[in-house]
Design a binder for this molecule. Structure first.
Ligand SMILES: [Zn+2]
Length: 256
């Protein structure tokens, strides 16, 4: 069920019988010369809405702009400052609690949001309002991603390219995929930008000229379809697990 499509009387029975909501979050930021700026929010919303359809749980509208100032040098990137983002997400989540929601899955597709969603989840749990957890789509299927792609890359690489080729092929500039690889940083690993153990970079442009990492020529719509199905299965099962838990068991333990 997608909240924004429903009239309020038709939501009453959901809130009476269920207490879980899926909240999709992404970003609007550069994803290289070949992918749309909406890549992350297209991915997040697709997962959340498909999971809601499959499981019957409620999906809220998507938070389309995230913590993305590290992509600021590229045309069109939008961002919210981290404290404003945290407060906004916390406020939106608290209003779900007023309708009876006591557990939330943040269906996330932007790495820059992760630590902030964890912080919001901690705040809400610490004061007993609800249990909200962050789920990043590629974290549930890391092994399959490593098998499929030689250089997955953390941003604008083959895994995101494949997902958009599957979900919104009309938005992919197929004729720029080789340029994306050649003008970015194909080989990205833990040593990139490190000097004597310190991470010396802050912005994407410090390590990649066109904003992307990885070899995008490995991507295909078929690979995207496979990854989407595999990660969606994890998301649906996560929702069922969360629904099964006793609320008290999800709250912080007492002092020893
Ligand atoms: Zn992305």
């Amino acid at each position: 069920m997608y909240l924004a499509d429903e009239a309020w009387p038709d939501l009453e029975s959901y809130f009476e019988s269920e207490s879980l909501a899926l909240v999709p979050l992404g970003s609007t930021e550069q994803h290289g010369p070949h992918l749309p700026e909406g890549t992350d929010h297209i991915i997040a919303e697709s997962f959340a809405r498909a999971a809601a359809e499959e499981t019957g749980y409620l999906c809220t509208p998507t938070v389309n702009i995230g913590v993305s100032s590290h992509h600021r040098q590229f045309h069109g990137t939008m961002w919210a400052d981290a404290p404003a983002f945290r407060d906004y997400v916390e406020s939106v989540t608290r209003n779900l609690a007023s309708h009876g929601i006591d557990r939330v899955v943040y269906v996330n597709a932007h790495g820059g949001n992760v630590e902030h969603l964890r912080e919001v989840g901690r705040r809400l749990r610490d004061d007993g309002t609800m249990y909200a957890i962050e789920w990043m789509w590629d974290e549930s299927i890391t092994e399959r991603i490593e098998e499929l792609f030689e250089t997955p890359g953390p941003h604008g690489g083959p895994k995101e390219t494949a997902l958009i080729q599957h979900l919104a092929p009309e938005l992919v500039h197929e004729d720029r995929i080789a340029d994306a690889r050649d003008g970015g940083l194909a080989e990205f690993d833990e040593s990139t930008g490190r000097v004597h153990g310190a991470r010396t970079f802050y912005d994407a442009i410090d390590t990649t000229d066109n904003g992307v990492f990885g070899d995008q020529t490995d991507a295909s719509a078929d690979a995207g379809a496979e990854l989407f199905t595999a990660a969606l299965d994890h998301l649906c099962r996560l929702c069922d697990w969360l629904d099964d838990q006793r609320f008290d068991d999800l709250l912080p333990k007492g002092h020893v």
